[in-house]
Design a protein around this ligand. Structure first.
Ligand code: AMP
Length: 300
């Protein structure tokens, strides 16, 4: 089965305590789409501006992404700049310039409308909902979000959540959304808003999946060489949805568990270099290798 991913296709300017890197390929859909492409055919829905370098389009193509729903607008590409503190966990957004995505009205092709696995990667909830409404009969819908949208588009997000199977967000966003300190209590409040499955990510400390039947506690892959965590959350959810699309049939909770581990492993590659530099040189064999390592590190 194929995956449909909508989100930002961006230029990112990233500052870590060690280096500064302007206008790299980034965006939630870029990271998530490339991650999903390791597992399943993936269609990208988004818009780039007139300043978006052609070699980044070539990179999407090298990963086999279907670009029939990727538009080029007349104006600047979505640009995000962020800075990490010395601990590399705390991140501050310096600037978010929406550019051409502000007035983007996506039109899905017929084959995109027939997608069964839909990933609403981080972008304005109204845009996420617009795309979802164009999909005929999705089997499983995952949505990701972040603090900006919780702050400026909460009502749109609440509307969207009624139509979503699984919500993914990090622990600080779960707190911001629900005002609950405990991720599991926050997850309960989020279930009440619609999603049957809620995944709360906790960075290097892994993630918790909350379902009507209980919890699954997932580790993160322990990394020695953390260079830039930007896009790790998107790579996580991209790997997850890609795995789900490639393993139809079995019990959804079992698939979600294994998909989360695949997501964690895919995200680990993203963190080893800036932007998509490392993810785009990873191979499926390397991903499977780390999955095995993680299995042996967590079995007892
Ligand atoms: P992550 O590190 O997984 O949270 O994802 C970071 C990526 O999300 C960067 O590549 C940004 O271009 C993109 N991004 C940052 N802010 C936003 C936003 N408000 N909406 C959508 N994408 C964003």
């Amino acid at each position: 089965m194929s995956v449909l991913v909508v989100g930002t296709t961006a230029l990112d300017s990233i500052k870590t305590p060690h280096r500064e890197n302007p206008r790299l390929l980034g965006g939630s859909a870029s990271h998530a789409g490339v991650a999903a492409s390791f597992f399943a055919p993936t269609t990208l829905v988004g818009i780039v501006g007139s300043d978006f370098p052609e070699n980044y389009i070539d990179l999407y193509k090298r990963h086999g992404l279907d670009l029939d729903c990727l538009e080029r607008g007349d104006g600047p590409t979505f640009h995000w700049s962020g800075e990490y503190e010395v601990n590399m966990n705390n991140r501050h957004t310096l600037e978010t310039e929406l550019g051409v995505i502000e007035n983007f009205q996506p039109k899905l092709t017929q084959s995109a409308k027939e997608s069964k696995y839909v990933l609403l990667a981080n972008c304005a909830p109204a845009l996420q909902h617009d795309v979802l409404k164009q999909v005929d009969n999705p089997s499983f819908v995952i949505a990701d979000t972040m603090d900006l949208w919780l702050n400026i588009a909460r009502e749109d997000l609440l509307e969207l959540l009624k139509d979503v199977d699984c919500l993914v967000l990090n622990d600080s966003e779960a707190h911001l959304f629900t005002e609950e300190d405990s991720p599991v209590v926050a997850a309960k409040a989020l279930h009440a808003a619609g999603p049957r499955y809620v995944i709360v990510k906790k960075g290097e400390h892994g993630a918790i999946l909350s379902t009507p039947n209980g919890y699954f506690i997932a580790p993160a892959y322990p990394l020695e060489n953390l260079v830039d965590p930007t896009g790790a959350g998107d790579s996580f959810v991209g790997g997850l949805v890609g795995y789900l699309a490639s393993h139809e049939g079995a019990d959804i909770e079992a698939r979600l568990r294994k998909g989360i581990i695949y997501g964690a492993v895919t995200a680990s590659f993203c963190c080893e270099d800036f932007g998509l530099n490392r993810t785009t040189t990873a191979t499926r064999e390397q991903i499977d290798g780390r999955l095995k390592e993680l299995q042996s590190m967590t079995s007892y």
